[in-house]
Design a protein around this ligand. Sequence first.
Ligand SMILES: *[C@@H]1O[C@H](CO)[C@@H](O)[C@H](O)[C@H]1NC(C)=O
Ligand SMILES: *[C@@H]1O[C@H](CO)[C@@H](O)[C@H](O)[C@H]1NC(C)=O
Length: 297
Amino acid sequence: MALRLCCAWIPILLLLPGLLDGGKLLVVPMVGSHWLSMKDVVEELSQRGHEVVVLVPEVTWLIETTQNYKVVTHPVSQPLEELDNVFREYVALHLTEKPFPLNALAMYNASVHVFSTFFGQCKDLFRSQETLRFLNQSGFDAILTDPLFMCGTILAHHLSLPFAYFMRGFPCDLHFSAPQSPSPLSYIPRLFSFNSDRMTFFQRVENALISLLELDYCNGYYAEALKLSSEVLQRDVSLTDLVNSAAVWILRFDFVFEYPRPVMPNMVFVGGINCAKGKPLPKAYEEPSKPVIKGKE
Ligand SMILES: *[C@@H]1O[C@H](CO)[C@@H](O)[C@H](O)[C@H]1NC(C)=O
Ligand SMILES: *[C@@H]1O[C@H](CO)[C@@H](O)[C@H](O)[C@H]1NC(C)=O
């Protein structure tokens, strides 16, 4: 009975003016292929009546202006060559072969280097009082961000705005551990273990060891982000503090790519949105699935 009463109200609430108005959304994207995945969503949000502002560093790759959303840039100190070089080194490393554990260590080292270089742009954002003042005065309702480089998250805390994540994944399983999704080690293979969800006893031990390492390597990876957060927010901040208050986690994968696992109710899977634009299905495949509505022909 109570349920029926509550649900009867929903259509009435939706009809009230105001509630259906678009919101004012600040988008803090990540460069490169991540942006190519996010762009269509941002355009769609704008077409559905939301006022969208995309915040980008003055020097970056591949974020073009369109009529669909406004782009606001902030000053940065690094030249484009520096970003190009660090990324080139990162790619080159993926193409060299090294035995375990040297490969893992080199990969970690290179990832830290890429992160700290790109994070320089975030430090520049927080040095630009003019940009911060503009963002604070713009009265945004929320922030949508690809959080891998953490800048959008820090900004959301700084401006006290609710934030939604649009992402593929954090290192260290942070996207599951921070919101406290259960992660039983016997059933959920850790990233880089290359195990499946059916593990032998020794694979489970390996899984447990990797998860112990995960506790710490993200603190190293995100050391600069944690330092900046503490300065900006003027308190000690942990990675969990930073990310666990995300309002919604929109995850760009699904169980087809990963393994079944329990997740929190504010995690939404949108597998299939990816940087490579899918071609439309050949006509022959599309026709049979057309819904046939009787009496409406
Ligand atoms: C780590 O990366 C830095 C910068 O790219 C490089 O100078 C250093 O040699 C690397 N160290 C290891 C152990 O790979
Ligand atoms: C944003 O502006 C409001 C009102 O003008 C002010 O109270 C608040 O401290 C500002 N926040 C930041 C982070 O500057």
